[in-house]
Design a protein. Structure first.
Length: 158
């Protein structure tokens, strides 16, 4: 029973990684014309699309996003390989706990590196913005904290 739960959790993790990476690559980043309509992507990228930016700033941001997307494609292949290794170790009998821990750590390190890349992209984008553009971004982010289409079911009286 415990082994079944672990296998299910591993499969769910693999699906989330695959779906998330495939969806972000399939949308083509935030470059205009490649994005489906609606509130997709991280809040910062949604707001970057919504605010008025100088043409040269938008071009520079597009270049940063494109370069980041290319790096993410490479990371996706690496993550796929690491996940395959993890699943192989997980489904080998008898279970080698040391190898499993090592495979898990490799996946976590990959995810950490991916997050660091996203943080660096955000930082690089913010460095390009003027004070007015940064203020507009801040305003947009503070008004876009709740996912679109959601409503609160709790009233102030409750």
């Amino acid at each position: 029973m415990k082994r079944n739960k672990i296998v299910i959790a591993a499969v769910m993790l693999a699906l989330m990684l695959t779906i998330g990476a495939g969806a972000s690559m399939g949308r083509g980043g935030f470059e205009r014309g490649f994005r489906p309509p609606g509130p997709f992507g991280p809040p910062m990228m949604r707001c970057i699309e919504q605010i008025t930016l100088a043409a040269e700033t938008r071009t520079a941001i597009d270049a940063l996003v494109h370069a980041n997307r290319e790096a993410m494609k490479e990371n996706f292949e690496s993550a796929r390989t690491l996940m395959d290794s993890y699943l192989k170790v997980l489904t080998t009998s008898p279970l080698d706990e040391t190898a499993l821990a090592s495979a898990k750590q490799a996946l976590l390190a990959q995810r950490q590196a991916e997050m660091e890349s996203h943080f660096e992209l955000d930082r690089a984008i913010v460095k390009l913005l003027t004070a007015d553009e940064l203020s507009a971004l801040s305003t947009c982010l503070s008004s876009n904290t709740k996912p679109a289409g959601t409503t609160s079911t709790v009233s102030a009286d409750q």
